[in-house]
Ligand binder design. Structure first.
Ligand code: C2O
Ligand code: CU
Ligand code: CU
Length: 479
């Protein structure tokens, strides 16, 4: 499989420096793009996809525009986008533009920010993305099943000036629980799983396919955009024989740095952009391994060098750093401080469920909650009448102290804002990192800061979908 068909390749990111080393000329098809520059029509509907390789049968999925992942939405920083979403599913849906700072009415949370899109109906999303970077879109209705059956797609917001790399690739990673005959296993919403690590599957795809190898060329510099579109699977990627440099997290540029221990941690919904100088040997293959879960490591793919000589002698000497986005810096001295404590789940050090405040759930009982934030459980995907846990005056600097009192990992996601990650377990977090999804290990305490500059009711929830659905969710209001 050539990289051109298997990866989402940008031609705008091509090198301006050097000897005009264009590696290919064909543009990938952009089927969803309509007439205008940033206009898309996206149809959510049942489809079939060959997830597990050419020799295995197709899988019945739900998809955007009939492909897994859904069509690449390519927008431009500071330019208005218009996205018409059509629902041809047998149930209500919405689309959430994960990580994009947009007006509340465009945020895609049913009941809270918009009425759900009924089967046969459509909704027009319009916004102007302020930040360049790597984002994604997914439903925010019946999320566990809709995302688990395939509804998800990447969004790239292009920088105003192209970044100097040879190729700009995107790996949309997703985890599936497939049956023997390659169908999607039923049993969404298992209570036992919901109280533990969530619905972790058995098959990981790269751009909609189990990947044997991805073609690369010696000497090239690749900007690789990694998206974890899984329901619950956390990933820790290791690039054998290579030294990826992280240049952005959750779409937001950070100081370029190598990942700790050479492992790129990607919780569900997280994105990491890395710069990869392909310094391997022509003709060789190098594994890309995910070893997050003890004893369950597997090879995601291999970097397969073709036999041609390196395109340049030394790594490209263009800067690695991406231009920063216009994020509001909060005034730490004047900021309001609030605690958000995550509670519940199995084995919370109490031999079972940890009860907190309004939590009164027990396993296996209907829709009773399993998790809580500050003793309060909001379940589902969003609905009308969710009372905010906290209300912030518009323009205030806010510091949140996120405390994970549970025995499980949680990628905690906040809508409508990016969070400056200040410290983890008392230690300052380096590299000026901003995130919209903060992965928390058991017992972690993380301090984040932001300016409450975007009015509306915004969700804050765990992005392990089973956790969100069973109570690890709240609403914060900017008034
Ligand atoms: Cu990506 Cu509320 O979610
Ligand atoms: Cu989001
Ligand atoms: Cu969680």
């Amino acid at each position: 499989m050539s990289t051109e068909s298997n990866s989402l390749v940008s031609r705008r990111g091509l090198l301006r420096t050097g000897a005009g080393l264009l590696l290919a000329t064909a543009l990938p098809p952009l089927p969803a793009r309509a007439a205008g520059a940033s206009e898309y029509r996206i149809v959510a509907a049942p489809a079939r996809a060959r997830l597990a390789g050419d020799s295995r049968p197709e899988t019945d999925v739900w998809a955007y525009d009939g492909t897994i992942p859904g069509s690449l939405v390519r927008l431009r920083q500071g330019e208005k986008a218009r996205l018409v979403v059509e629902n041809r599913l047998g149930q209500e849906t919405t689309v959430h533009w994960h990580g994009i700072r947009l007006p509340n009415a465009m945020d895609g949370v049913p009941g809270l920010t918009q009425p759900p899109i009924r089967p046969g109906g459509s909704f027009v999303y319009e916004f102007t993305p302020p930040d360049a970077g790597t984002f994604w879109y997914h439903p925010h209705a019946n999320s566990l099943e809709q995302l688990g059956r395939g509804l998800a797609g990447p969004v790239i917001v292009e920088e105003r000036e192209p970044v100097a790399v040879d190729r700009d690739l995107l790996w949309f990673l997703a985890d599936w629980r497939l049956t023997e005959d390659v169908g999607i296993a039923s049993g969404f919403g298992n209570r036992m799983e919901a109280a533990m690590s969530g619905r972790v599957g058995n098959t990981v795809t790269l751009n909609g396919r189990v990947s044997e190898a991805e073609a690369v060329r010696a000497g090239e510099r690749i900007r690789l955009r990694l998206v974890n579109g899984s329901l619950a699977r956390i990933m820790a990627l290791r690039f054998e024989g290579h030294r990826p440099v992280i240049v952005a997290i959750d779409g937001q540029p950070c100081d370029p740095h190598e990942p700790e221990g050479g492992r790129i941690l990607l919780g569900p919904a997280m994105r990491v952009d890395v710069m990869l100088d392909m310094q391997g040997e022509p003709g060789r293959r190098y594994g890309v391994v995910d070893d997050f879960y003890d004893g369950l490591s597997y090879r995601l793919t291999r970097l397969a060098y073709d036999g041609r000589p390196p395109i340049r002698e030394h790594p490209l000497d263009a800067p690695l750093e991406l231009p920063r986005n216009p994020l509001p810096e909060s005034d730490l001295a004047a900021s309001e401080r609030h605690d958000l404590t995550l509670q519940g789940g199995m084995m919370s050090g109490m031999g079972g469920m940890q009860g907190g405040g309004m939590m009164h759930g027990t396993m296996g009982m209907g829709s009773s909650p399993v998790w809580a934030i500050n003793g309060m459980s909001m379940t589902g995907d969003g609905h009308a009448g969710m009372e905010p846990a906290l209300t912030f005056q518009r323009g205030r600097s806010i510091m949140l102290v996120l405390r994970n009192e549970t025995a499980w990992w949680h990628p905690m996601h906040f809508h409508g804002h990016s969070l400056r990650v200040l410290s983890r377990n008392g230690k300052p977090v380096p590299h000026r990192q901003w995130q919209d999804t903060v992965l928390m290990a058991p017992k972690d305490v993380v301090e984040v800061a932001f300016v409450a500059d975007n009015p509306g009711d915004w969700m804050l929830h765990c992005h392990v979908m089973d956790h969100q659905m069973t109570g690890l969710m709240t609403v914060l209001r900017v008034a």
